[in-house]
Design a protein around this ligand. Structure first.
Ligand code: 13P
Length: 263
């Protein structure tokens, strides 16, 4: 099964629409200079809601191969929900993906499993792909229950989904202790967790769904560690935070992902 790797830049609450536009232009120049083959690695950006329209305009005007998406979504489709943005609104802006259940959303907002399942459903119903974030904290790792925990999060969210839905899901394994700390997971740790997630999906939804599913690693990814991580069999790309704010660094990670991937 060929899985096209995905390098996704989660900008979190950084970059206004002007900074986002500038970044995108520079990224495209850098990748063009490097003769980047978008067929061998997808590149996606996740700006704040306020920058999505500017990104869409630029991508359409210049027919760019960069994909983009949002960092969260409302579980409802419309109505009196002040401050929320619906999945249809995001799809209208040309979003391909939506990040769902990021640990920062789980921590700072009341996003529990039930809410996350509804977000996944909303994203799928609007024709986009959810990137479901899972991963243990330092405490669970210390207790030695990290795999159980991360697989358990996948289990809780996919429980009521169909096989077809699950095959459209992208999972990002992002151990909380590795996010923004500089403490990247070793390639072995990333592989072990990704493999455990894929095995669970294979056992529950069948080999085809499991083989189609892209599993990204996130947590202190840089151009220094990307090469070894992508060399792991079950790691299909990255969800990059801090290093996605530096355009040279982010383009380097994308280039390394193409060169060293087995796909
Ligand atoms: O949370 C992350 C991506 O969603 C990872 O952030 P860092 O790359 O800054 O560790």
């Amino acid at each position: 099964m060929v899985r096209t790797p995905l390098v996704a830049g989660n900008w979190k609450m950084n970059f206004d629409h002007l900074e986002a536009t500038y970044f995108l232009q520079k990224l495209v120049w850098l990748l063009r200079d490097a003769k980047f083959d978008y067929g061998r690695c997808e590149v996606a950006l996740f700006p704040a809601f306020t920058a999505l329209r500017s990104i869409e305009v630029l991508v359409e005007a210049d027919n760019l191969h960069i994909r983009y998406g949002a960092q969260t979504v409302s579980v409802t489709s419309q109505g009196a929900f002040t401050g929320d943005v619906s999945a249809d609104m995001l799809a209208q802006l040309g979003c391909s993906y939506v990040i769902v259940g990021h640990s920062e959303r789980r921590k700072y907002h009341p996003e529990d499993d039930a809410n996350i399942v509804d977000q996944v459903r909303a994203v799928l119903a609007a024709g986009m792909q959810p990137i479901l974030c899972v991963g243990e904290s330092y405490e669970e790792r210390r207790q030695g229950i990290e795999l159980e925990f991360a697989v358990g999060q996948v289990k809780d969210v996919t429980r009521d989904l169909s096989q077809e839905d699950v095959s459209k899901l992208i999972v990002a394994y992002e151990p909380v202790w590795a996010i923004g700390t500089g403490m990247v997971a070793t390639p072995q740790v990333a592989q072990e967790a990704s493999k455990a997630i894929r095995s669970y999906v294979a056992d529950t939804f069948g080999t085809e769904a499991a083989q189609a599913m892209r599993i990204l690693y996130g947590g202190s990814v840089t151009s220094k560690n990307a090469k070894e991580l992508i060399g792991q069999q079950d790691v299909d790309g990255f969800l990059v935070g801090g290093a996605a704010l530096e355009v040279d660094e982010f383009s380097k990670i994308a280039r390394l992902t193409v060169k060293t991937s087995r796909h």
